[in-house]
Design a binder for this molecule. Sequence first.
Ligand SMILES: [Zn+2]
Ligand SMILES: [Zn+2]
Length: 164
Amino acid sequence: MINDLGLGVPRPAPKLPPAVRRTDYGHRRRPDLACPHDLYRLTCDDYEAMRDRARDCCEICGLHGHDTPRGALVVDHFEGGGARFVRGLLCDRCNSLMQRHDGTAPWGPKSLHRSGEARAYHLNAFSNPTDEQRARADAEITRRRKRLQDRYVVSSQPVEGGAL
Ligand SMILES: [Zn+2]
Ligand SMILES: [Zn+2]
């Protein structure tokens, strides 16, 4: 019999991992408008790849872009201390959380417990910064936090933006 060794039996196609598929989010460059990512020197393809990575959801809390007040996620980047890199896509609330992480606004009772999430997201930056860029960013963040702390201790005045 042909089937003795199982050679004649049609086998199911081997299961391959699904192809890396780019989702079409319908994003197109319009000749009359700047793209939301131009400011960050990302191409439309980069932007679409970011949305793929994020599955079009906030990369910290998972809120879908459509469910944000503005109907879309914002491109988040770090800039300071000679470092500049794109981190990912966020909802407005998590964008403001990253201001706490970055030392441009003080942590408050509603944000402090989320500092770990903020840090993990920062370390997973989309644009894959070099070690030097990362080190510069961290040095700048440390400087800013220190400054923020000093301001609080000296004046006890609420800092612009307020505690979140
Ligand atoms: Zn575009
Ligand atoms: Zn979020």
